[in-house]
Design a protein around this ligand. Structure first.
Ligand SMILES: Cc1ncc(COP(=O)(O)O)c(C=O)c1O
Length: 474
């Protein structure tokens, strides 16, 4: 009977109330995400983890709690310990922030809880997925005939592309990996940027292409493949390039590499790891950086980085979609046919998966082409502003800023380390460190739509104050 304790109506009302409670907490978080230290607990991640673990110890499997109490406890943990990576002054890794439309849409998508392995499981999500994949190919200026498929992130996109390339290259020389596996097959070489991202290296390893079969292509001072020194191509070759070096943001000359590879007269597949750098294509001002990239064979990128869609969401695109399908498609009687549709389970590694396209579609629908271009340009301009502030105070900019990344050193390696640590402890901003061509450096990545000029000026001031504090020149 409706309204009686434990009835369906009661349960639905309780579920809705809990959902509103969580949404209310989420809204409060969004309103206060700029408050407090950027990384609670300063620079020592293990201290923060211990503090959270201590609070979690109040819960155990033998004493279930009321859902409302669980959600309140989680909200409190987020309030005190979530890294403010969406508040405008987090410049670590290439993390991206959270676009408000994407956030709201992901809340809705969570409520729907659609599984998009097959269109029949969610015709709604399948339609959004198809439109959204087309929009992304358009924005990234990739061939409209390519097949794009959502996945967990650029690491998975790299892996998907690399195993597709492996199967395609071996098929081109008469070897069917599906039937024969890899043992005893023709040799396959990977020519990769000496600055290849670790996720692409991992993809090669997982694809059975070991380091003995990998040749590094020399790079210039900015980390771009030097096409004049591209290693010779002999036999089936997978060329792994990148749009957006993880340290400098510079992009390989992929158009020239494609031309040179074609001239070798061997079966060659050119892959682009464009986790964030491929987004330069969305900006009329910056797309010259990725000119010719559309002539590659496959591309990996992320929506959770520069597009500011909540984690996790990546995209793999393959020029000849039938190649991706040949590697990924699988079937069983209970699943129905695998031909002729965009079933994501036949275009990627996962079977069950979230409708990742929903928040992406919402963001793109709200920002439009000009909004995405503006997001890219704003981040690039802010990275330049940041570098200029530091260079004006005598810090060393290790590579010209062309995209959203700035790479900076402060005197000696020890000094740079001390600046990084002092800034993190100040809570005023957060950046990570790296080693670039033998020198310790601060990596500054501007990829959060919430970042504005005032944030950059405050963060630059925090860095210069830290440099002065550790005895440097600022
Ligand atoms: C160039 C590049 N490729 C791949 C990745 C891996 O992306 P994800 O963390 O989304 O798997 C990153 C991450 O920073 C990256 O910068």
């Amino acid at each position: 009977m409706a309204g009686s304790p434990g009835s369906d109506g009661d349960r639905s009302a309780a579920k809705a109330a809990l959902f509103r409670q969580a949404a209310e907490h989420g809204a409060t978080y969004v309103l206060t995400e700029r408050d407090g230290p950027v990384v609670p607990g300063g620079s020592v991640a293990s201290d923060a983890t211990t503090a959270v673990s201590e609070r979690l110890a109040a819960f155990d499997l033998d004493h279930p709690r009321q859902p409302e109490a669980v959600i309140d406890a989680l909200a409190e943990l987020g309030r005190t310990h979530a890294v403010r990576s969406t508040g405008g002054r987090y410049f670590g890794f290439v993390t991206g922030g959270t676009d408000e439309t994407a956030l709201a849409a992901s809340v809705l998508a969570s409520a729907w809880d659609q599984n998009i392995a097959l269109p029949v499981m969610s015709p709604l999500a399948a339609a959004v997925d198809e439109v959204c994949a087309e929009w992304l190919l358009d924005l990234l200026r990739l061939p409209a005939t390519a097949t794009a498929s959502f996945c967990a992130g650029a690491s998975v996109a790299n892996l998907s592309a690399v195993i597709t390339a492996r199967d395609a290259l071996l098929a081109d020389v008469g070897w069917d990996t599906a039937a024969r596996g890899l043992a005893g097959g023709p040799p396959l070489t990977a020519v990769v940027s000496a600055e290849i991202h670790v996720s692409a290296l991992k993809a090669l390893r997982l694809a059975g292409i070991g380091t003995d079969s990998i040749v590094a292509a020399p790079v210039d001072r900015c980390g771009r493949i030097d096409v004049e020194r591209l290693p010779p191509i002999n036999g089936p070759t997978l060329l792994v390039t990148q749009a957006g070096n993880v340290n400098t943001g510079h992009c390989d000359p992929v158009g020239d590499i494609v031309d040179q590879a074609a001239a070798a007269g061997e079966p060659v597949w050119v892959h682009v790891d464009g986790a964030f750098g491929l987004w330069a294509a969305a900006s009329p001002q910056r797309r010259h950086l990725v000119a010719g990239f559309e002539r590659a064979d496959s591309w990996a990128t992320d929506c959770h980085k520069w597009l500011n869609v909540p984690y996790d969401c990546g995209l793999v695109a393959v020029g000849e979609g039938s190649r991706l399908r040949a590697t990924m498609a699988t079937d069983a009687a209970y699943l129905g046919g695998s031909e002729g549709d965009r079933s994501l389970m036949h275009l990627g590694l996962q079977m069950s998966q979230a409708a990742r396209a929903v928040p992406v579609w919402a963001t793109l629908a709200a920002l439009g082409r000009s909004g995405v271009a503006d997001l890219v340009d704003r981040c690039c301009d802010l990275a330049t502003r940041f570098a200029t502030r530091l260079e004006d105070a005598d810090a060393t900019i290790l590579a010209p800023v062309v995209l959203n990344q700035a790479l900076v050193a402060f005197g000696s390696d020890d000094e740079t380390e001390a600046v990084l640590d002092t800034v993190a402890r100040s809570g005023r901003a957060w950046m990570g460190g790296t080693t670039w061509q033998g020198r310790r450096a601060m990596r500054i990545s501007v990829s959060d739509a919430a970042t504005g000029e005032a944030d950059v000026d405050e963060a630059a001031a925090a860095v210069l104050d830290a440099w002065a504090q550790v005895g440097g020149r600022a």
